[in-house]
Design a protein around this ligand. Sequence first.
Ligand SMILES: CC(C)(COP(=O)(O)OP(=O)(O)OC[C@H]1O[C@@H](n2cnc3c(N)ncnc32)[C@H](O)[C@@H]1OP(=O)(O)O)[C@@H](O)C(=O)NCCC(=O)NCCS
Length: 155
Amino acid sequence: MLVTFILRPATIQDKKNLFFWRNHEAVRRFSLDSSAISWQTHGLWLEKILANPNQALLIAESGGGPVGVLRFDVEATQAWVSVYLVPEKIGQGYGAHLLLAGIQWMQDQRPEVQRLIAEIVSENSPSIRVFEKAGYRRNTELSTREVLRYEYDFP
Ligand SMILES: CC(C)(COP(=O)(O)OP(=O)(O)OC[C@H]1O[C@@H](n2cnc3c(N)ncnc32)[C@H](O)[C@@H]1OP(=O)(O)O)[C@@H](O)C(=O)NCCC(=O)NCCS
């Protein structure tokens, strides 16, 4: 599949969409924190992220509109990644492409980052599959039965 999309930083204009997507059942199901978020909590969360230079909230867009969301939390030479697709885009194979675009983004924007880290609920088979497809490897030592740790090391 040929997939082209751009990754752009989220802005306060994305507040409504982000609220809707994050609270969608398909996105919450396997989240480490799967509780519903209130509009007020969401607003505070978004403002905090947008003001933090070590957090990047990125929206992937194709010609047909938004496809998914990536978040990176950078800590020195490591960054934690979280990803979800816009609910109606789930199940069409976009996830791995989004993660690959995220790897490229990090290399271009934050070349000091050497390792990307994901924590995945062990029952989240589609997520495990897409992280593996994008080149992340399981760190068995740091994985538990409930939460698997995946890492991508920049060459
Ligand atoms: C995880 C996510 C990004 C993957 O989306 P996607 O790219 O549309 O993934 P797909 O549904 O196409 O599935 C990816 C792969 O998993 C496989 N898969 C799907 N459901 C599966 C299941 N229940 N068991 C095993 N494999 C499964 C698919 O067959 C596909 O494999 P293939 O690429 O070899 O064909 C998307 O499901 C999502 O946004 N989920 C909600 C948020 C989330 O869980 N984020 C990750 C947190 S770590």
